[in-house]
Design a protein. Structure first.
Length: 288
């Protein structure tokens, strides 16, 4: 019989990280890099600049330990405004990366292959930055599919895109996905049937947003508290938050202490400079 003492939460952290734009969500990942984690970022926002400069200022070599892949559908201008140039591919490209993190670097021609993300193990963190743009990519893909079939039913497009994103979140937070996961998201306000207003992750339409936190045992919010960027850990009237070990968690953390949040939930990996498993060759944090 399985013992709860051996539960997979001892090894892997699944975290939903919500915050307003420019609240320091991406930059806060630097503390995890310094703690020895190997970050692999599915970059949908193209906003890694602050993280790069922050890591470069912290210590030599840290910035080179972060692997990322920027994915965004190309746009082109028309007389009717900006449209996607060709069939939308960002969504399906991101799914291919989550099945096998392999691609050809457009600058060097080098083949980068980190294998299957679901087997990366406890010293790696898969980061999706951000859920908002990832959802946009899913919607654009399903809208393109519907248009190609001559179907303009907006409800079906929304429904299919929502279902697709929800299934991906279910897979990423499953015990079979043996890697730490951080999904970064923005917040949106929704008025519930009882008249109260709550903050939920921004998804595809109002239907998906309340479902997103149900997949994560850890759900935190970044706020500005008296001029200080702070990790909100306790629920309030506007948002229901959670962490898997509330009894051991500090009452308050700053956003540059994200590694301390992780340390309450699992043993940290080897620090930079200490022995660790060899990394495959890859191009890291090079603007594409």
């Amino acid at each position: 019989m399985p013992s709860l003492a051996d539960h997979h939460s001892n090894t892997f952290v699944k975290l939903l990280l919500l915050g307003d734009a420019k609240s320091g969500k991406t930059t806060s990942l630097a503390s995890l890099v310094a703690a020895g984690y190997k970050l692999r970022i599915l970059d949908m926002d193209n906003l890694l600049d602050p993280l790069k400069y922050h890591l470069a200022a912290m210590a030599d070599g840290l910035v080179a330990t972060v692997e990322y892949r920027s994915i965004r559908d190309k746009l082109k201008g028309t007389d009717g405004g900006m449209i996607i140039d060709g069939p939308p591919k960002a969504w399906t490209t991101s799914l291919k990366m989550l099945n096998k993190w392999s691609y050809t670097d457009e600058t060097t021609g080098e083949i980068v292959d980190y294998g299957i993300p679901a087997t990366w193990g406890p010293d790696c963190i898969l980061v999706i930055d951000s859920l908002s743009r990832w959802c946009d990519a899913a919607y654009d893909f399903h809208a393109g599919m519907a248009t190609g079939r001559g179907n303009s039913d907006g409800r079906a497009i929304y429904g299919n895109a929502q279902d697709d994103v929800e299934k991906q979140l279910a897979a990423l937070t499953s015990h079979t996905f043996a890697t730490n996961v951080i999904v970064i998201c923005h917040g949106t306000y929704q008025t519930l049937d009882d008249g109260t207003t709550k903050i939920f992750p921004q998804g595809i339409g109002a239907k998906l947003s309340p479902k997103i936190p149900t997949y994560f045992p850890n759900y935190i919010r970044y706020i500005n508290k008296a001029g200080k960027r702070t990790i909100q850990l306790a629920s309030d009237s506007m948002i229901n938050l959670a962490n898997a070990n509330p009894d051991a968690m500090p009452k308050e953390l700053s956003t540059d202490q994200l590694a301390e949040f992780f340390a309450v939930l699992r043993e940290p990996p080897a620090k930079i400079g200490e022995p660790s498993p060899p990394r495959p060759k890859a191009v890291t944090l090079v603007r594409r």
